[in-house]
Design a protein around this ligand. Structure first.
Ligand SMILES: Nc1nc2c(ncn2[C@@H]2O[C@H](COP(=O)(O)OP(=O)(O)OP(=O)(O)O)[C@@H](O)[C@H]2O)c(=O)[nH]1
Ligand SMILES: [Mg+2]
Length: 421
């Protein structure tokens, strides 16, 4: 070997052939030696590509479901959470392990989905919002159209009468209004004059019969709530208790509806919501005795207002109306002068039947005022005009929704302005 090296050195082969050949081989080795790190990185990238594709596929499956919903946006957020909870494993591992740095779109940490859905601020219902249906779908939309006429002719007067008969005011109130219109016809030069005239007549009759909701003068002031089935008596009691508490008063509730199995429970729920005492007995107990015990209990405690619930009853059921007379009498025995107010609760949807209800309940017990419920769900807001005109009873409050705060004082001016706006 040594001899060969010496020989090569001498004849110059070592530098011309052998050394360059060795260097060349080394160069090849350096170039083509497998790069483990690079290979590993490439493998990771391929894995990442797979995961990104999987992510896109998953989103494509989810998004159409969310877009198609008619729910408001806060519910969509809720739905997103629901959907991801329904497919927990693949989604969670996927986002936690591989996509966090590449695609910062984590499902569980995004502001829309990681927090609980935020309830949008729903503005409190008002008489105006409660009249929406009466205005859009009821008689008022037709009346407003009629008032746009520039000429007051026989056709207009005829149509006016026809529309008023559909307004749930009752025949007597329509006749009274039409008499006034006919007497003053020469004064009207346009449909708008008729509108202003009608508006003022209605305002006058509502204002004349108006009384604000009574003040608490005695301890306990007793309110007896009456009305047909499903009118909203129990719900209104819950809303009233809430109002009294807001005024710093102490209310007590009496479960005088012992007829319907779930009625006592329903009142107890309102009692819990308002954190106030509910006096009750077992189902089927005598409602008059419940009312009697409740008044005595309210007298012995520092209670400002006792709200007595009663079972819904049809005004033409004689025995049920007699039961109401008994409840009324027994309350008076427990506290002379009570009940201070007997309020008939009327569902606005009953339309003209509300007049019959109010009349017949008034014949059995001395009704002192009216609460109209469900104005928000009814196109028959005109019933308030008929009740006021025919019965001369004050409409104290109006229910404009199912929530605890959806009970508004009835303001005749606010009502008329909202109706004719
Ligand atoms: N939209 C709307 N719903 C109301 C209003 N007042 C009551 N309700 C609903 O009307 C339904 C009947 O209400 P209740 O309070 O149970 O009626 P009730 O007169 O006590 O019924 P009975 O005890 O069966 O005679 C419930 O679903 C209430 O949520 C209101 O002002 N607006
Ligand atoms: Mg009830």
């Amino acid at each position: 070997m040594q001899a060969w090296i010496e020989e090569s050195l001498k004849n110059g082969e070592l530098f011309f052939y052998i050394v360059p050949a060795v260097l060349l081989i080394l160069l090849f080795i350096v170039i083509f030696w497998p790069d483990k790190k690079k290979e590993k990185k490439e493998e990771e990238e391929t894995e990442l590509d797979k995961l990104i594709k999987a992510d896109k596929k998953l989103k494509a499956e989810i998004e159409p479901v969310v877009e198609n919903t008619d729910e408001p946006p806060f519910k969509e957020a809720g739905k997103e959470i629901q959907l991801f909870e329904e497919k927990p494993e693949p989604v969670e591992t996927f986002h936690e392990t591989s996509l966090q740095s590449e695609q910062p779109e984590p499902v569980h940490t995004s502001p829309e989905t990681s927090q609980k859905p935020i309830e949008p601020e729903i503005p409190a219902a008002t008489i105006k919002s409660g009249l929406e249906k009466t205005k859009k779908g009821g008689f008022m939309s037709r009346l407003i159209g009629l008032f746009k006429n520039s000429v007051v002719d026989d056709d207009l007067i005829e149509e006016l009468e026809e529309i008023l008969y559909t307004a749930d005011m009752g025949v007597a109130t329509v006749s009274w209004l039409m008499d006034l219109v006919n007497k003053n016809r020469s004064k009207f030069t346009s449909g708008d004059d008729v509108k202003q005239f009608l508006k003022e007549q209605i305002r006058d009759v509502l204002v004349a019969n108006h009384k604000p909701f009574p003040k608490i003068t005695e301890k306990p002031t007793v309110f007896l709530m009456v009305g047909v089935n499903g009118a909203g008596k129990t719900t209104t009691i819950g809303k009233l208790a809430h109002k009294f508490i807001a005024q710093g008063k102490v209310p007590m509730l009496a479960a005088g509806d012992t007829f319907r199995a779930a009625a006592v429970e329903q009142l107890k729920v309102w009692g819990e919501r308002n954190n106030c005492t509910v006096i009750s007995d077992k189902d089927g107990a005598d409602p008059a005795s419940v009312a009697f015990n409740a008044v005595n209990s309210a007298l012995s405690k520092d209670v400002d207002v006792l709200l007595v619930d009663t079972a819904g009853r049809l005004q033409n059921r004689v025995n049920l109306m007699e039961e109401l007379v008994k409840i009324n009498r027994v309350i008076g025995k427990a506290k002379p002068g009570a009940p201070h107010e007997t309020i008939i609760v009327i569902d606005a949807n009953n339309g003209q039947n509300a007049l019959t209800q109010a009349k017949q309940f008034s014949e059995a017990v001395k009704v002192t005022g009216i609460i109209i419920t469900k104005l928000d769900g009814s196109a028959k807001g005109g019933v308030i005009i008929g009740i006021s005109k025919e019965l001369g009873l004050p409409v104290y409050l109006v229910g404009v929704g199912e929530k605890i705060e959806d009970l508004r004082p009835f303001d005749p001016n606010e009502f008329v302005e909202a109706l004719f706006e």
